[in-house]
Design a protein around this ligand. Structure first.
Ligand SMILES: C[S@@+](CC[C@H](N)C(=O)[O-])C[C@H]1O[C@@H](n2cnc3c(N)ncnc32)[C@H](O)[C@@H]1O
Length: 311
């Protein structure tokens, strides 16, 4: 007799108002690589804010400053950073999850973390309705930043889900989802959010905790470009053009500089896959799907269902 794990049928299948404590940064448009830094000191744990090493508490405040600054110009930001391709990636992300599909006709309880302006959540609900005829499926859009959630609330007014009990908003840090019960969520999504988290491992552990056994973790994030020629062009574009466009379009070079540095700093595909596994998830296949030659990638993990051994 041996116990083993299996999958449930796949789911039931950045003008930055720098915080007063910020030191002024010197920016250049050249490509810079981060240098390895210590994750902790004797006194206070440190982490990365782009290519800078900062204390964990300072990072959280500065990330908040970035997203408060860019909340109103968020769509422009995304379009600038991805040349509009983020819309196609998001569409594909949602299709690949196929939310609302259920052999038992059960509605899905979904959680979109770092959901900001609702881009992913509205797509998920629409897919539930139009593709899987699951009009009872619900979603909570959660974000640490009230300004981003306010944009989401405004944008929801243009959707059929405005003021619907199927949609709610929660201000929360992804690393401490204290108000969300364990084993309560069918789907946890995070799109272009996790690279901003101070403690990514803690966020992955929380994802694992809140998901039901058999529930799906799905992440869409910038990743490692697999083609060296595209990578060279992409690096020039990211570090040369994006901060400049941020300055011209939004009057905010610093936030855009942080965003491109955070992309460079984020773990590449294999390393992030391993982090997901370390949090306890089962990873289907190789664990990720590259989008546009790895500029972005979708990572998935399933919370295992422990089956009783059969005789
Ligand atoms: C680039 S936006 C992504 C928004 C949306 N998911 C999308 O794809 O359009 C990143 C979001 O992560 C949020 N965020 C950063 N740190 C967070 C944390 N620790 N917990 C929850 N959200 C966080 C920011 O406030 C911001 O709204």
């Amino acid at each position: 007799m041996a116990s083993r794990y299996t999958l449930r049928p796949l789911m039931r299948s950045a003008r930055c108002q720098l915080q007063p404590s910020h030191s002024q940064r010197c920016f250049s448009s050249s490509i810079r690589r981060y240098e390895p830094t210590s994750e902790s000191t004797n006194h206070e744990r440190t982490t990365h804010f782009g290519f800078e090493t900062v204390s964990e508490s300072e990072k959280e405040a500065r990330v908040a400053g970035v997203f408060s600054s860019v909340a109103a110009s968020y769509d422009v930001m995304n379009d600038c950073m991805s040349l509009g391709i983020h819309r196609l990636w998001k569409d594909h992300f949602v299709r690949s999850i196929n939310p609302g599909s259920s052999s038992s006709s059960q509605p899905w309880k979904m959680l979109d973390i770092a959901g900001g302006t609702g881009d992913i959540a509205f797509r998920l609900l629409q897919h539930c309705d139009e593709i899987n005829h699951s009009p009872q499926s619900t979603i909570t859009i959660s974000d640490i930043n009230p300004a981003m959630l306010d944009e989401g609330r405004k944008r929801s007014l243009a959707t059929p889900y405005a003021r619907s009990p199927r949609l709610d908003f929660l201000v929360a840090n992804a690393e401490h989802l204290d108000t969300i019960p364990s084993d309560s969520v069918d789907l946890y999504t995070v799109a272009f959010g996790i690279r901003n988290f101070t403690n990514k491992e803690a966020a992955l552990r929380e994802a694992f905790r809140v998901l039901k056994p058999g529930g799906l973790f799905a992440c869409l994030e910038f990743s490692g470009v697999t083609n060296p020629v595209l990578d060279a062009v992409y690096q020039r574009w990211s570090f040369g053009a994006i901060p400049l466009i941020g300055q011209i379009v939004a009057g905010d070079r610093d936030s855009y500089q942080y965003l491109v540095e955070s992309i460079e700093r984020f773990p590449k595909q294999e390393e992030f896959r391993d982090m997901i596994q370390d949090a306890g998830f089962l990873v289907p296949g190789k664990g990720w799907e590259d989008l546009t030659m790895g500029i972005a990638a979708i990572h998935k993990g399933v919370k295992p269902v422990e089956l009783q051994a059969t005789q």
